[in-house]
Design a binder for this molecule. Structure first.
Ligand code: GGG
Length: 357
């Protein structure tokens, strides 16, 4: 019997609504597979917690989380709390604290009907973006000098260590080699004359160990254009923290929206728990209405199952997602349907179990 202990941080806005549907899937799997069990422990952290206690999480949050097999996160952020506090003091703190230096964001078109790009099919949009997740532009290093004075100056420092840059680029080369795909690096070496020249140099250096991997290197502005005009150029993509955050939102736009974009924050060495989350935020405008699209959150459950070594279930969840989109009768309003969050989740469970029986 395999037992997995999962820490739930539903967070803010629509976070609890979509996490509930992901948990529904895991419970259905547990009921139908006698070789696996999941336990869930919920943590009340997020913006409401901040408003009550003046902090996004307990002081010893990382200590409390460190022995779980995975963290399942909903969304963070609410208008009553400054965004840089809600993001940095929860999500980024966990990513950094648990050395989750790999952010895996598939940009995969699940159904041709979903893309606004004319004439692009599932074959054209199928890439894996590997985003550096522990340093770079999101390192938090900087200074605010002479605050509120006329001579005010702010410095936001991108931190690119050799260790941090090498390990993410090596991870991407390994992935490209393992899956026999091309690897594209996205950077900006013409303007960012230290960090991105260094990034490009390391991409080339590590590449010497992988002569079998075909590579491309694009500036982030050109890459953004190609994401829309020629997404078929990309298979495995490696990029920095900020660029990865931005290009995967373009990825979401060309694959049906943020309700379908998932991300896994991985510590490959498994020294710490990895964290699985939908890419979207808390969407306060629709929170509490029961209409949030839970597919991204459920797709992140599929990533979690793969990470646990339960690839059959991971694959089955992804197939069920494709099926429910094709079926087109239980989709939420963002996808043109009338179903509630709960109805979509329940239908997905039915499809999953039918496919597996
Ligand atoms: N689903 C997690 C969430 O709320 N993300 C919001 C966000 O701003 N994420 C930025 C990032 O992934 O770095």
């Amino acid at each position: 019997m395999k037992q997995f202990n999962i820490a739930l941080i539903p967070g803010d806005g629509i976070g609890p609504e979509v996490v509930a549907e992901g948990v529904k899937i895991l419970k259905a799997i547990e009921k139908n597979d006698e070789t696996v069990t999941f336990s869930f422990t919920e943590f009340p952290w997020g913006c409401e917690y901040y408003l009550e206690y003046g902090k996004m999480m307990d002081d010893n949050a990382l200590e409390m989380l460190k022995d779980y097999d995975a963290i399942y996160l909903g969304a963070v952020g609410y208008p009553s709390v400054p965004d840089h506090i809600s993001l940095r003091d929860l999500l980024i703190k966990i990513r950094k604290g648990f050395d989750q230096y790999v952010n895996l964001r598939p940009v995969t078109l699940l159904n041709q009907e979903l893309t606004p790009l004319k004439a692009k099919t599932e074959k054209d949009i199928d890439m894996l973006v590997i985003r550096e997740n522990s340093e770079g532009e999101y390192s938090g290093a900087g200074e605010w000098l002479y605050k509120n004075k006329p001579e005010e100056v702010v410095l936001q420092t991108g931190v690119f260590s050799r260790k941090g840059t090498e390990r993410i680029i090596r991870y991407a080369y390994e992935e490209a080699r393992k899956t026999n795909r091309t690897l594209t690096s996205i950077s900006k070496g013409n303007a960012l004359n230290y960090s991105m020249v260094f990034w490009d140099q390391i991409f080339e250096e590590i590449g010497k160990e992988y002569p079998d991997v075909k590579t491309y290197s694009y500036l982030v502005d050109a890459a953004s254009l190609y994401f829309v005009a020629q997404p078929e150029r990309f298979e495995v993509v490696v990029t920095s923290n900020l660029f990865g955050d931005i290009v995967t939102d373009i990825g979401a736009a060309i694959t049906g929206g943020l309700g379908l974009a998932t991300g896994a924050n991985i510590n490959p060495e498994k020294n710490y728990p990895s964290m699985f989350e939908p890419v979207h935020g808390s969407a306060p405008d629709i929170a509490g209405k029961g209409i949030a699209n839970p597919i991204a959150a459920i797709w992140s459950v599929s990533q979690m199952l793969d990470f646990f070594g339960l690839e059959e279930w991971g694959g089955a969840v992804l197939s069920a997602i494709k099926e429910i989109i094709k079926e087109n009768s239980h989709l939420t309003p963002d996808l043109g349907g009338k179903a509630s969050t709960d109805e979509l989740g329940s239908r997905l469970v039915d499809i999953l179990l039918k496919e597996r029986s």
